[in-house]
Design a binder for this molecule. Sequence first.
Ligand code: AMP
Length: 287
Amino acid sequence: MAPGELIVARSVGELRQELGPLRARGAVALVPTMGALHEGHLSLVRRAREEAAVVVVSIFVNPLQFGPGEDYERYPRGLGADLALLSREGVDLAFCPEAADFSPPGFATSITVGGVSEGQEGAVRPGHFAGVATVVAKLFNAVGPDVAVFGRKDLQQTAVVRRLIRDLDFPIRLVVAPISREEDGLARSSRNVYLSPQERAAAAALPRALREAQKAIRERRPAGDVERETRTSLENAGFGVDYVEVVDPATMQRGAGDAEGAVLAAAVRIGKVRLLDNVVLGETRAE
Ligand code: AMP
């Protein structure tokens, strides 16, 4: 295989076989994804390249993290286009396991990360983070990366993965990359394709409300007031609001107030689509 060519592995066996010789080049970074890749994913890939000599991207729509009635069946998939993007980015290896092989019938192991998994997305989507943690642990085990790159777009997921790494002693450094946004501020997401043109236009009110909240916190308004006002402004913009909370991003505990690093995280519904976003309150620069 010519150097620089994207290697595609479809099973753990193939992955280990292909990755073995690449390890001589240096550190390995893993970017886990569910495919339907967009610029947000590619920003993680570029970050991974800064962190390591070998970049592995996994593409796996993980059935374990979808609840009953969620969008597992219709989740956007397009492996050919994804691989073309990864190839263009100079990714070394794409790991694209089959669900029947990676989480086959009879799969019975589950990793529950307590505490950080319990509020926010964990409360709205019971079992979601056990599905995430189980598959992330499998990916860590299969790839054996030195570095794992996750997006702050999924804030609570980064807290869960950080805890998983600590608790199970994975020798992996977690890198959390900033949120990649569209021109109007909407955080990029594979699920944005579900938005109708009207919903897509309305969705920009979410990042706008978060920026307002960031400004209010900087003006020393109490976190509780800012949470309530942001909720009201999101409801007035036509969203169903699942949560608006100021948290410590490491513990996902509320009461972080305006502490250094506190994050305002929100999830809203517009039509059938859920939008997640968050903003680091002390950050003066917009992403
Ligand atoms: P997903 O394919 O949605 O599971 O996402 C794979 C990884 O990409 C996760 O670590 C996400 O947090 C990250 N990601 C998704 N969207 C964005 C975005 N707009 N900016 C930065 N990272 C993102």
